[in-house]
Design a protein around this ligand. Structure first.
Ligand SMILES: N[C@@H](CCC(=O)N[C@@H](CS)C(=O)NCC(=O)O)C(=O)O
Length: 206
């Protein structure tokens, strides 16, 4: 039975379509148009009470019963546990992957999102906010670049931490970053962009 994916054409949504493609799981897509407030529809709120995409319903949950999940980090961990893929089993490596996943969820996502808002969508130009979030974004790219000088992927092997981080880096023009300024990020980015599952996942919801 296929997993129901509730999503929109945003980095957080595409984390999950990438993971589903990488893991070879069958899924059907339900576009939730957040520009038309569809995330506030009562039926969607039953699945995602924080009125945000992505969310999933897996008819075949851990106990064989359906499970609904929101928050992209939780969904990635659920899918990796379900399939036994893209999370290391060794405890030390697992915590390495978890810390980079949490880094993405707490920083390289929320801060880039604020940069997008103030650089592209805010009704008034607020130079302080533009500078604050653009600088913080650049700092985070510096952290990522330094780490990727030492390792091929965020937790050594390709994992859900990379799947979470890549779609945000794919919006680098929106947050004022030239990937050429971060050579190791660029090497990592190009390798992930070339994966067929990533190409398919990035095209969802179409
Ligand atoms: N921490 C959440 C963030 C999800 C999120 O911010 N989703 C945005 C689109 S990328 C959304 O649905 N926004 C609609 C709204 O805030 O009303 C996650 O990672 O799943």
């Amino acid at each position: 039975m296929s997993i129901e994916l509730y999503t929109w054409s945003t980095p957080n949504g595409r984390k999950i379509s990438i993971a589903l493609e990488e893991m070879g799981l069958a899924y059907s897509v339900h576009p939730i148009n957040i520009t038309k407030d569809e995330q506030f529809a009562p039926d969607f709120l039953k699945i995602s009470p924080n009125n945000k995409i992505p969310a999933i319903v897996d008819p075949d949950g851990p106990d064989g019963k359906p499970i609904a999940l929101f928050e992209s980090g939780a969904i990635l961990l659920y899918l990796s546990e379900k399939t036994g893929k893209f999370m290391p089993s060794n405890a030390r490596a697992r915590y390495d992957a978890l810390q980079w996943l949490m880094w993405q969820m707490g920083g390289f996502g929320p801060m880039l999102g604020q940069a997008h808002h103030f650089r592209r969508f805010a009704k008034e130009q607020v130079p302080y906010a533009i500078e604050r979030y653009t600088n913080e974004t650049r700092r985070l790219y510096g952290v990522l670049d330094k780490h990727l000088k030492e390792v091929e992927y965020l937790a050594g092997d390709y994992s859900v931490a990379d799947m979470a981080t890549f779609p945000w880096a794919a919006r680098h023009e929106w947050h004022g970053i030239a990937l050429e300024d971060f050579a190791s990020v660029k090497r990592w980015y190009d390798a992930i962009a070339a994966r067929p599952a990533v190409e398919k996942g990035m095209a969802v919801p179409g």
